[in-house]
Ligand binder design. Structure first.
Ligand SMILES: *Cc1c(COP(=O)(O)O)cnc(C)c1O
Length: 499
């Protein structure tokens, strides 16, 4: 069965999977959604005998229907290999009656690797299928995690180049070091003298500059995007929820008709939307527990039916969840609006103009599967400390937000069903917050020194991606002003008007 992709803001546009991946975002700002969510078509018994790669093929082939079996299997083989530090790819670890689904064993020690390891391969395959001969130039603005995961994914992938802009003084020392030590002739990392919003605006300007795009095309290049609204990032994320369910069955924790709960630390709403899609495919998910930090827009949305981003932006210890506009929520809104592009577009333009919108009671009824709550900074620290003290299991602040919210959920509802909790980063990626949660006397050390102290204190091995950056050579040193971004890109691609 062929699955096509609809535009959430234009009822007349439909494209193939490979076109949706190449485009990233639709021209009018809409997102691509599958016109039907396919059924898994496999029993949990069958799934429980599959490796991660086999599960990836079983799930992704249902969505990416214009990829041949050979093409898709090749993408999967190139993504889920020894770039991961465990052959399981996404281990499920039971601690204190909760199943932590560890999504941080890839090249950059955060869950973005699960999708960004495969996106480059999906993208060049899509280019080939659509007879695109240009080299694909990925432009990314990052506030930290996405940049490194995208760099690691695209480095040395033939037919692609990647340029990452980050705010020179706006990322953590570990995050900056991860990026500026990135190898690969096709990579460029640039610090800008400005903030993340300015980096983002600069990138969007280049994307939508018709002159620049024409020039690029003449020189054999075209821009594309690796950010989390690309359907090529969403589909690979469905895989680990299916795999986790099958593993719970394989280890005898659940029987074939038991339901499970899923807990996700949420920012841009991509990861939890993938879990929702897994449920629609047939994974028996009872509740989807959406965990927010103090930027609790989503908690307010689920409890009131009103989305309202007009509030103070709070910097927390879980920076990848410091988000006031959760882009992927649009896909859910579109669905509960009865797949009505006009209705969805109206709500989204209201969001753009006023920063807020309200959904109807009928739309709200369809959100019963979601439970939203949040954890504040003290609860997050307490969760890290307590879990480690009681069990010896160390979690990062994002995962701790989810664990604290899950505890609130259980206290409120008494629901003790087996739960899969998405564990999204290695604690060594957020060393300062984690170490200070365990021992608040340590905060005068540098972030790099803290890595050793944390390893000593916990007896844990420093993950390879963190260990590597300490001795790695710095290979990127470009710094520019906001208005020089275009000229930096031109220079990298060696086209016109370079400075
Ligand atoms: C990106 C990220 C999240 C949030 O995931 P979304 O898909 O944006 O909701 C949570 N934790 C970590 C560590 C992340 O990098």
């Amino acid at each position: 069965m062929q699955v096509l992709y609809k535009n959430t803001r234009n009822a007349s546009e439909k494209v193939t999977a490979s076109q949706a991946i190449l485009n990233g975002l639709a021209n009018n700002g809409g997102l691509y959604v599958p016109d039907v969510i396919p059924d898994l078509g496999l029993s949990v018994e069958e799934l429980s005998n599959m490796t991660y790669k086999e599960t990836a093929y079983a799930v992704m082939s249902k969505f990416l229907t214009d990829f041949t079996e050979e093409e898709l299997k090749q993408c999967i083989d190139r993504a889920y290999n020894d770039k991961f530090d465990t052959p399981e790819i996404a281990p499920l670890v039971c601690v204190d009656d909760t199943y932590y689904l560890e999504l941080f064993h890839g090249a950059t020690a955060a869950f973005k690797d699960m999708a960004l390891s495969i996106l480059p391969h999906l993208m060049i395959t899509s280019a080939r299928k659509n007879h695109v001969t240009n080299e694909i130039v990925i432009l990314t603005a990052t506030s930290g995690d996405t940049g490194k995961a995208a760099l690691a994914g695209f480095a040395n992938v033939e037919g692609t180049r990647i340029v990452v802009f980050y705010p020179k003084d706006g990322v953590s020392p570990i995050q900056e070091r991860q990026m500026i030590t990135q190898q690969g002739d096709n990579t460029l990392v640039v610090g800008i003298r400005g903030n993340f919003d300015q980096a983002q605006t600069g990138v969007k300007k280049m994307f939508s500059d018709p002159e620049l795009n024409k020039e690029l095309n003449r020189a054999g290049f075209q821009f594309s995007s690796a950010n989390s609204i690309n359907i090529g990032r969403l589909v690979p994320q469905i895989v680990y929820y299916v795999h986790a369910w099958a593993k719970l069955f394989a280890c005898g924790e659940i029987s074939a008709d038991d339901t499970i709960n899923v807990v996700v630390p949420t920012g841009n709403f991509g990861n939890i939307l993938a879990a929702y899609y897994a449920g629609l495919m047939g994974v028996p998910i009872d509740r989807l527990i959406c965990a927010s930090n103090e930027n609790k827009v989503l908690y307010d949305f689920f409890t009131t039916g009103v989305y309202d981003k007009n509030r103070k932006f709070i910097l927390t210890s879980s920076p990848s969840m410091d988000i006031l506009i959760s882009s992927n929520l649009e896909r859910l809104i579109y669905r509960i609006a009865g797949e009505d592009a006009e209705k969805n577009a109206a709500l989204m333009s209201q969001l753009g103009e006023t920063g807020t919108y309200a959904i109807t009671p009928k739309m709200r009824e369809q959100l019963a599967v979601f439970y939203g709550n949040f954890a504040d900074e003290e609860e997050t620290r307490e969760m890290i400390r307590e879990l480690f003290t009681d069990t010896g299991y160390l979690i990062d602040p994002h995962t701790a937000v989810a664990a604290a919210v899950y505890r609130k959920y259980r206290d409120e509802t008494g629901d003790e069903k087996p739960a899969v909790l998405a564990s999204t980063a290695s604690p060594f990626k957020f060393t300062r917050s984690v170490l200070c949660a365990l021992d608040d006397e340590q905060d005068e050390l540098t972030d790099m020194e803290m890595i050793d102290v944390l390893a000593g204190l916990t007896g844990l091995t420093i993950p390879r991606p963190i260990e590597e950056i300490r001795s790695a050579q710095i290979v990127h040193s470009t710094v520019c002003d906001v208005d020089e971004m275009e000229s930096v890109v031109r220079q990298f691609l060696q086209i016109g008007e370079q400075k």
